[in-house]
Design a protein around this ligand. Structure first.
Ligand code: SAH
Length: 251
């Protein structure tokens, strides 16, 4: 059996209880060494084999899983954040299907949630934005044309950009081409929830400069939108004059 497990965004105590249990029971752990906190490996079983997937190909990862399976051993494939986002798990699951190897998936706290916590922000503010676009800037890895950053930006809603910190001049251009004002609020969150986390508030037009000033070139999320500003409507849910299934209106 192979368990795909979300490690959470960084802090070792942000893995789920289920994920932590699976890790402590694993015979083999394959972890994404470039982003997963190595402290998560400390509670592993004696004799557990550990592989860092940073230097491995998909075929090598699957070969390790296949061998473990043949020996009746359990593998945890530990992915950063939540495995469903930029985790490349689909291709692993398809190859496991071909080989008749069973697996399951344990979700994790994504770095986009870690970033909101670091910012002490709410992505979905009433009257500001009720949608969050999670995307990335096209770079060496392409993005489907219909999802060009300028097109996504044209909605003006909250945006969280993964994997784009090395391309911030282009990010600025695309966001402004899509309609964001140069002084629209933005923030760079570096290593959210890690001890060396950095939160840099800036504007759309100063993203690249801000990253340079703080020497941030990777492991960061770019967040953009009015949710970082001061203006919003309070929620209806907790408004005394608004009745709903669980509460009468009080005035
Ligand atoms: N599955 C992961 C994302 C993997 S892609 C998740 O759910 O978070 C890797 C990218 O995620 C990095 O390039 C960076 O943009 C972002 N990232 C991962 N961990 C981060 C963290 N702790 N703080 C900020 N960004 C992070």
């Amino acid at each position: 059996m192979v368990h795909f497990v979300g490690a959470g965004p960084g802090a070792a105590d942000l893995i789920t209880l289920r994920g932590a249990r699976l890790l402590s029971e694993a015979d083999v752990i394959i972890y994404a060494g470039s982003l997963v906190n190595p402290a998560l490996l400390e509670g592993r079983k004696e004799g557990c084999a550990v592989y860092d997937s940073a230097s491995m190909t998909l075929e090598e990862v699957i070969a390790v899983m296949e061998k473990a399976e043949a020996e009746g051993r359990t593998t945890v494939r530990l992915h950063t954040g939540d495995p469903s986002l930029y985790g490349a798990i689909r291709e692993q699951m398809d190859l496991l299907d071909e080989r008749g190897i069973g697996y399951d998936v344990t979700p994790g706290v994504s770095s986009f949630s870690g970033a909101a916590a670091a910012l002490e922000a709410e992505y979905t503010l009433p009257d500001v934005s009720q949608s969050v676009i999670i995307t990335r800037m096209a770079g060496r890895t392409p993005v489907p044309e219909g999802e060009a950053l300028s097109k996504m930006a044209s909605h003006g809603c909250t945006m969280v950009l993964f994997l784009s910190t090395g391309l911030l001049e282009e990010v600025e251009r695309e966001l402004m081409a899509g309609g964001y004002a140069p002084d629209a609020p933005a923030a760079i969150v570096y290593k959210a929830t890690w001890p060396d986390q950095k939160v840099c508030r800036c504007t759309v037009a100063t993203l690249a400069r801000t990253a340079r000033e703080h020497q941030i070139s990777k492991t960061a999320l770019i967040t953009v939108g009015g949710f970082l500003g001061d203006r919003y409507e309070r929620s209806k849910l907790y408004d005394p004059s608004f009745a709903h299934g669980y509460r009468e209106a009080s005035k």
